[in-house]
Ligand binder design. Structure first.
Ligand SMILES: C[S@@+](CC[C@H](N)C(=O)[O-])C[C@H]1O[C@@H](n2cnc3c(N)ncnc32)[C@H](O)[C@@H]1O
Length: 419
């Protein structure tokens, strides 16, 4: 098949034991074909899909439901890079609503997967007793408050300290020590938690670095950026105050060493908090933070469609220094057919950025990332160093106010928006 059909061949490996399919997938990939694999996390038997994924001869890792998508099978997988099809009137109504939200409020949800997004929009409409999209749009037009409620319903802020303990353990035992050993003791360590929600992930990173480096070196060297689009979540993150319930999964010694009682709550240690900087940042449109040693983006990318995920990964590749690590969520997968990332630990979703090409203007998403399942506002940050991200005029509007900003370059300050 690989020899006869070359780039027109398409293979799909589903549940099964052993390594059947791996050699075939390699043959098809080596001749430019497309390989789709059932997400091992969802497969009844993980062996076959895992074996193909480990070989790297794969373009898409998807849950069964998504493998059935028609656009995946047309044109040797190329069609996945196009917008999802609009299948019925309700879908068209949703598209119109998303376009309205983008144009009037500057929040672009068009890159989010339609299935869960549609469910959430409909949930909010039901909550306010509406079933007509046009009526709901009128409501949004006249009520900033309703827009905030919708935004809260769409953005899922579920998080935890050291969420998925095994993966964090590997980060602490293998990745961070290697990172630290690779740098001169005087060098800065730059870490980004993208989609940080209310801050638990960023503070988990602070704890790991403080544990490994000691508090003094941590304070001298480490800078952790925590970003999200959700201002309410960021407010909580900046406060760094958590209930005893939120800390209950932490070992006693970490709770004692890193949190101080504050009224009925617990505050993350104020000295260490100084090195954790929170700001608003949209991973789909804002210029990435640059020269990173570690980028953590967990349980966020899975909300986006394949095309948007590819664009995000392109930004992340640009943001990371060569050899640095990218840590994704359990339900997320990154696959490289451009040799840009290698899997360090596939099970824990930890990847290393390979040396080489950073950005070409016409680069068309050679990374395919699949899931299994405005403008920046830097509250307290000064001297944020921005990468030279390809300049592009961007119109952004936040909570009603409009600003025009080109992507930041190494000298520009990030645009602000006080909405
Ligand atoms: C489920 S939480 C994940 C939190 C944390 N990373 C974790 O794994 O525990 C997803 C977060 O992604 C944020 N998010 C959604 N869209 C985003 C975007 N375009 N840019 C940045 N953050 C986004 C949401 O506001 C939410 O806080």
């Amino acid at each position: 098949m690989a020899a006869s059909y070359g780039p027109r061949a398409l293979a799909c490996v589903l549940t099964g034991t052993g390594s059947d399919g791996t050699m075939g997938a390699s043959a098809i990939k080596s001749r430019g074909g497309t390989v789709i694999v059932e997400d091992p996390e969802h497969a009844e038997f993980k062996g076959m899909p895992e074996s193909v994924v480990a070989s790297g001869s794969v373009d898409f890792v998807l849950p069964l439901g998504e493998i059935c998508r028609r656009d995946l099978w047309i044109g040797g997988g190329q069609a996945t890079m196009t917008k999802p099809e609009v299948e019925n009137t309700e879908d068209q109504d949703l598209e119109d609503l998303l376009a309205f939200i983008r144009d009037s409020r500057g929040f672009d949800f068009t890159g989010y997967k339609r299935s869960s997004l549609g469910r959430r929009v409909r949930k909010r409409m039901t909550d306010v007793g509406m079933d007509d999209y046009v009526d709901y749009r009128d409501r949004l037009e006249s009520s900033a408050e309703e827009f905030r409620h919708l935004f809260d319903t769409i953005l899922i802020n579920v998080t935890d300290f050291f969420r998925d303990a095994d993966a964090w353990s590997f980060l602490q035992s293998d990745v961070v020590p290697e990172l630290v050993a690779s740098l001169d003791p005087s060098e800065e360590i730059r870490v980004w938690s993208a989609g940080c929600s209310s801050g638990e992930e960023a503070y988990s990173l602070a704890i790991i670095f403080a544990e490994i480096l000691g508090a003094e070196a941590y304070l001298n060297r480490v800078k952790i950026y925590g970003t999200d689009v959700d201002e309410d979540a960021l407010r909580e993150a900046r406060a760094g105050l958590y209930s005893s319930n939120a800390l209950k999964g932490l070992p006693e010694d970490l709770r004692k060493n890193y949190f101080e009682p504050s009224g009925t709550q617990f505050a993350f240690r104020s000295d260490l908090r100084r090195r954790v900087i929170f700001g608003r940042h949209d991973i789909t449109s804002d210029a990435p933070i640059s020269r990173l040693n570690l980028l953590v983006c967990r349980n966020t990318m899975m909300y986006f469609n394949v095309e948007t995920q590819s664009q995000i990964i392109e930004r992340f590749h640009f943001a990371l220094q060569e050899g640095s690590h990218l840590f994704l969520g359990k339900a997320e997968m990154l696959l490289s057919d451009g040799n840009r990332f290698e899997a360090v630990n596939m099970r824990q979703r930890i990847f290393r950025r390979r040396p080489g090409d950073v950005w070409t203007a016409n680069h068309t998403a050679s990374i395919k990332l699949s899931t299994m399942a405005a403008t920046s506002m830097w509250g307290s940050t000064r001297n944020v160093r921005w990468a030279i991200w390809p300049s592009r005029k961007r119109r952004s509007r936040c909570c009603g106010s409009t600003s025009t900003a080109s992507s930041p370059d190494s000298t520009a300050s990030p645009a602000r928006c006080s909405g």
